[in-house]
Design a binder for this molecule. Structure first.
Ligand code: SAH
Length: 226
């Protein structure tokens, strides 16, 4: 049976998913709790991994090594970098890159890859679900780093270096772990803020609504993955 892993950084992003998996049980690996449940023909392993790249990477590897996840979905909120993205828009990653690690280093040394492409089939399925539900969604470059960006000057610097569309703190780490393990993944995000000088206020206002919207799409997606 196929096992799909779902990682969210925060409780607010996980609430709807936890509710949908309420018939299952929990297991722990060290300090990390996993929610295991069956949904249709699929086994789901889901977790709140915490914020940042190390937490996301560790949790992703546990899902693969301990629970045999054969594909991963990272779901949560993000800041907009592209002017085309608005609060509550959905973003389905095309590829992911770290904005706080020189790409040259990952290119020149193992694993000789710094941009991690999301799985085309799973991502396209997410896009078609959005279209069916009349939700605004974009494919694009998602950039990740260990920094909550709410400063227009920092945002502009990251945009000029990466040309990213959305910014968050976990997706590229999940992408890198999946690349190393040779398993497919996708990253689904809903915009909570503009990562700019008013970003902190916008985030506080919209995080719950954005988190809920993203989780709804993730649940629809796991039901449709073949
Ligand atoms: N204001 C909150 C921030 C939590 S971290 C606090 O201080 O408690 C923000 C989380 O949402 C991360 O998991 C990240 O992936 C995502 N995120 C949303 N907007 C972001 C932004 N502008 N910059 C970086 N991460 C962002």
């Amino acid at each position: 049976m196929k096992t799909i892993g779902i990682l969210c950084a925060m409780d607010s992003e996980f609430a709807l998913i936890r509710e949908a998996l309420s018939g299952g049980h929990t297991e722990s690996v060290g300090r990390q709790t996993f929610y295991l449940a069956q949904r249709g023909e699929k086994q789901i392993v889901a977790a709140v991994c915490g914020v940042g790249k190390v937490n996301a990477a560790a949790c992703a590897q546990m899902m693969i090594s301990c629970f045999h996840a054969s594909c991963l979905i990272n779901s949560g909120v993000a800041g907009a970098l592209s002017p085309e993205l608005h609060i509550l828009d959905l973003v389905i990653a095309q590829e992911l890159v770290c904005h706080d690690l020189e790409e040259r280093l990952l290119q020149n040394y193992f694993p000789h890859c710094s941009r991690f492409p999301a799985d085309e089939t799973i991502s396209a399925l997410a896009v078609s679900i959005c279209q069916e539900q009349g939700l605004s969604c974009h494919r694009g470059l998602v950039v990740s780093g260990d920094q909550f960006v709410t400063d227009t000057a920092i945002k502009n610097d990251i945009v000029s270096r990466t040309h990213g569309d959305a910014i968050e703190m976990e997706g590229a780490a999940v992408g890198q772990v999946c690349y190393l393990n040779e398993i497919p993944f996708t990253v689904i995000r809903c915009i909570s803020d503009g990562a700019d000088d008013t970003g902190e206020m916008d985030y506080d206002t919209f995080v719950d609504k954005a988190a809920h919207r993203c989780a709804g799409l993730t649940l629809a997606l796991i039901d449709r993955i073949g």
